[in-house]
Design a protein around this ligand. Structure first.
Ligand SMILES: C[S@@+](CC[C@H](N)C(=O)[O-])C[C@H]1O[C@@H](n2cnc3c(N)ncnc32)[C@H](O)[C@@H]1O
Length: 431
């Protein structure tokens, strides 16, 4: 291998930061086709910035190529030419534009060849082969959502990645390792196969076949989830109060809407016998939005027709100081305790939480011999599901405590006596 001359790179001198920043910021609002729409990754870096930085790290700054750009004016002119390439390269809509990408790959190949004292490759195929073999490979040991290896691959470089977090590894594999394996292959989902059987031809390119399968099976999973648990997520009625599913009469406007966020609160059995065992929420706030002029909150409404004797109404608009303070407190009474939303009776937090723990552990009592194996318990009374796995030392104590307290409880008390279920039994419930 020829000895390589190290030259100053573009990133060490200047970059068109304004264009990179603008493209990076715009990327946040891309809702279609961005990896973030396939799977959320919390610290994902903008693809535009990764692309520009990789380019700037590999392409020589003209000041370090005096044999080609002897004067400052010539260097600046060349630098500006490279800037124009970056400005096009960072645009979201150019992410798969072969003309733009080829221009970038050509520049990278030129700099690599220069440092190796070799003639730069000329044709597109030569450039691709040259980069794949001779450009420095990119390794991102903390790849997260895979932005850097993805962009390295887009620029024709060999990309390697790792991460401590298996979810990050899976996302990155799905982004950069799996699609090339299916490059050029047709989709295999039943709908597509039926079309091919009737003589339809496949004209897709790259990973389009795989993408069609991902869309097909993604839809299938969504529909299955809807079928199996959709009833637990009813649609919201719009303020005009029409029944769910009814169309909006003359205007044709739907009177119901899909709920986009669910707030979750633990519930406990009300300690007041007058509530007849209703499950009441431990809510530390009823406020949904505390922004000035955009206040929104939920208000509990006592309603004998509702499953536990109460329901919530979403409110927004002006709210008085006293009412806001009340909404902000939810069902919290004082440090460590809550009140029953139906009767106002104190539910001391310690008791509530202890009961939750006991409820979660209680089923283990009836088959304690299973405690050294995987154990899953469903706590029906609290409507929470806890799966306790392979930590017998921790759960042993909890279960023993729960046993003592349970024996002291009146029959028909807080917990029920559902037998222990193994993880596979629980899993079969969801199959
Ligand atoms: C800021 S994120 C990387 C974001 C990534 N560049 C992207 O665009 O999505 C940092 C990553 O480092 C990973 N990480 C932290 N410590 C690590 C370690 N010791 N070994 C490997 N990965 C680690 C984290 O799991 C996280 O995914």
């Amino acid at each position: 291998m020829p000895s390589e001359t190290i030259r100053k790179k573009l990133i060490e001198v200047a970059l068109p930061l304004e264009a990179i920043n603008e493209a990076s910021s715009r990327e946040k609002s891309i809702r279609h086709g961005h990896p973030s729409t396939l799977h959320l990754w919390w610290a994902r870096r903008p693809l535009a910035a990764c692309r520009a930085i990789l380019f700037g790290q590999l392409v020589d700054d003209p000041s370090s190529v005096p044999e080609e750009f002897p004067t400052e004016a010539a260097q600046e002119k060349e630098r500006q030419r490279l800037f124009r390439i970056i400005e096009e390269l960072v645009k979201w809509e150019n992410s798969n534009d072969e003309v733009v990408l080829r221009a970038a790959r050509r520049e990278i190949a030129r700099s690599v060849a220069r440092s190796r004292g070799e003639a730069p490759p000329k044709t597109n195929a030569e450039i691709d082969a040259y980069l794949a073999e001779k450009a420095p490979p990119v390794l991102d040991p903390f790849c997260g959502g895979g932005s850097i290896p993805l962009e390295a691959q887009r620029l024709g470089l060999r990309a390697y990645a790792s991460d401590l977090n298996p979810v990050a590894v899976l996302i990155t594999k799905a982004l950069i390792e799996i699609p090339p394996k299916f490059a050029g292959l047709p989709p295999v989902n039943p709908e597509a196969r039926a079309k091919f059987a009737k003589g339809a031809a496949w004209n897709g390119r790259g990973a389009q076949g795989l993408a069609e399968d991902v869309r097909y099976y993604g839809r299938w999973m969504r529909d299955e989830a809807e079928k199996r648990i959709g009833h637990l997520y009813p649609k919201a009625k719009l303020p005009d109060g029409q029944e769910a599913g009814s169309a909006g009469g003359a205007t044709g406007r739907e009177k119901e809407a899909t709920v986009i966020a669910w707030l979750w609160a633990r519930t406990v059995t009300s300690p007041n016998p007058a509530a007849s065992g209703a499950h009441v929420p431990l809510a530390s706030s009823f406020m949904l939005s505390t922004k000035a002029n955009k206040k929104a909150w939920v208000a509990p409404v006592i309603d004998a027709g509702a499953p536990d004797g109460y329901r919530f109404e979403v409110k927004s608009g002006a709210i008085g100081k006293e009412a806001e303070a009340k909404a902000k407190a939810g069902t919290k009474a004082a440090r460590g305790s809550f009140t029953c939303v139906l009767t106002g009776t104190r539910c001391p937090m310690a008791t509530s939480m202890m009961k939750l723990t006991m409820a979660a552990c209680a089923p283990g009592l009836w088959q304690s011999s299973h405690m050294d194996r995987e154990v899953a318990c469903i706590s029906l009374p609290t409507r929470t599901t806890k799966i306790l796995r392979n930590r017998p030392s921790q759960h042993g104590n909890l279960t023993r405590n729960a046993a003592v307290r349970l024996r002291a409880m009146p029959k028909g008390g807080f917990t029920d006596s559902k037998p222990l279920a193994t993880i596979s039994q629980i899993a079969s419930l969801w199959r």
